[in-house]
Design a protein around this ligand. Structure first.
Ligand code: URA
Length: 445
């Protein structure tokens, strides 16, 4: 007779291993409702405390993956790849990266998430692009049927959507449960959650951007290394090519924080311009995707191919085609501010001290953006596409009293007042040089 769920919870509670069949049975039961939320919550807490070894983690990943549909791409003539970031502040890299990689001959069927807490989400950013006037489509559409997702990926080499009910339903339930039971912080649960969704896309290669620092999920290098190593191992055990980069998230990426503002910055990068850090991440992560798929022989070759696609307009033309196909107004690529929503108030935050910007704390900037309405505290909250920050001064820049540090894009004077206080507290200006994490901290293959 199969063990009862309570016996499996007790087994994990007591530090024993669960077999692949036991893990599969629990996840199947949880997905079909025969394992109730309270038993799954107890098991999740036992996993937080006792952990899982590499085999158990791989079995959990497979069970979550098999809880729903898996896309296959045998009919495509080009290789497939995707990139996943563990999330940060101002992290808009997927937006310039996906079309740039597609322009280089690798299909990118990307299933992304929404922002939660201080980290933004690719879907919220894309949905800030309005629809074509008169078309009846409100904005860039991220809820597409699976056959549309397949057709657009085949036609354009890229499609950007959100998780559907049929992709990893076990993770959809379990991630919400973990969110309210203090069981998010567990390496095996995180690995299975993130990778099951990415593997369900059916991609052959995956580049992971594991952020490190105050604005990241993983605050220090040791924890980030542990997570990255576990994800690379589990992804490779599932037969995929996987690389993880550890990158800095002690300060925001680029100049824009906020949905429409981040689209504007992404378009600058797609026009061959944009801030050095946003472009560098796009080029390197994209270059590694080309290397893993064999389209580039080395990382340097891959980086050169991505840089060329950004500089010669192919990546921008690809993005315009994707925006049009997904219901957005492609004129955003030529003249972003003629199309993107603008906040009614754009007010400066000025420096009250002279010196060097020593710190611009990513977590505080992210929380200030959430209070402004650019992000959400609960998954059911709406976000305001227009509000956010344009960060004119970043760590290492010198400033005089009265210099504009940032522009606050807000709806009301009260919001401007609160944002001045919050964003002002994120800046530290003084003598000396900032002690920053290097942008590229490590790579795990
Ligand atoms: N993101 C996910 O999708 N799952 C986790 O467990 C953590 C972050």
């Amino acid at each position: 007779m199969a063990p009862r769920t309570v016996e499996l919870i007790a087994k994990k509670r007591d530090g024993q291993r669960l077999s692949a069949a036991e893990i599969e049975a629990i996840i199947q039961g949880y997905t079909d409702g025969s394992v109730p939320e309270y038993q799954m919550a107890a098991l999740a807490m036992a996993i937080v405390w006792r952990g899982m070894d590499a085999q158990e983690t791989a079995a959990l990943l497979q069970a979550m993956l098999h809880s729903g549909d898996e896309v296959t791409w045998q009919d495509l003539s080009v290789p497939t790849a995707d990139k996943h970031s563990t999330g940060g502040v101002g992290d808009k890299i997927s937006i310039p990266l996906a079309p740039a990689v597609a322009a280089c001959g690798v299909a990118v069927p990307m299933i992304s998430g929404r922002g939660l807490g201080h980290t933004g989400g690719t879907l919220d950013k894309l949905e800030s692009i309005p629809g074509v006037p008169g078309s009846g489509v409100a904005h860039f559409q991220t809820r597409l049927e699976m056959d549309q997702f397949r057709a657009l990926t085949a036609e354009l080499g890229c499609c950007l959507i959100g998780q559907t009910d049929r992709i990893c339903p076990a993770d959809k339930k379990l991630y919400s449960l973990r969110d309210v039971t203090a069981t998010v912080e567990s390496i095996p649960l995180i690995v299975a959650s993130i990778l099951s969704k990415k593997l369900a896309e059916g991609v052959g290669s995956l580049v992971l951007d594991v952020k490190v620092g105050s604005g990241a999920f993983m605050k220090n290098r040791a924890d980030a290394t542990q997570l990255a190593t576990a994800m690379v191992k589990a992804g490779q055990a599932a037969g995929r090519n996987v690389t993880a980069f550890l990158t800095a998230m002690d300060r925001p990426i680029g100049w824009a924080v906020g949905n429409a503002l981040e689209i504007a910055e992404s378009i600058e990068v797609l026009q061959g311009q944009g801030p050095a850090d946003t472009r560098a991440e796009t080029v390197r992560l994209g270059g590694e995707m080309l290397r893993l798929t064999g389209v580039a022989s080395t990382l340097e070759d891959g980086e050169a191919q991505i840089a060329a696609a950004l500089d010669d307009g192919r990546a921008l033309a690809k993005f315009a085609a994707i925006v049009q196909a997904q219901g957005g107004d492609p004129r955003v690529c030529e003249d972003p501010w003629a199309v993107l929503p603008r906040a009614p108030l754009i007010e400066p935050l000025v420096a009250t001290a002279a010196g060097t910007v020593l710190e611009l704390d990513a977590l505080q900037v992210g929380l200030a953006a959430v209070r402004l309405g650019a992000g959400r505290n609960k998954s059911e909250d709406d976000v305001d596409p227009a509000v956010g920050f344009a960060l004119l001064k970043k760590p290492g820049d010198t400033v005089q009293v009265g210099d504009v540090l940032a522009h606050i894009h807000a709806r009301s004077p009260e919001q401007v007042y609160a944002a001045r206080r919050d964003l002002g507290a994120a800046y530290r200006i003084g003598a000396g040089q900032p002690d920053l994490l290097p942008l590229w901290i490590d790579v795990i293959r």
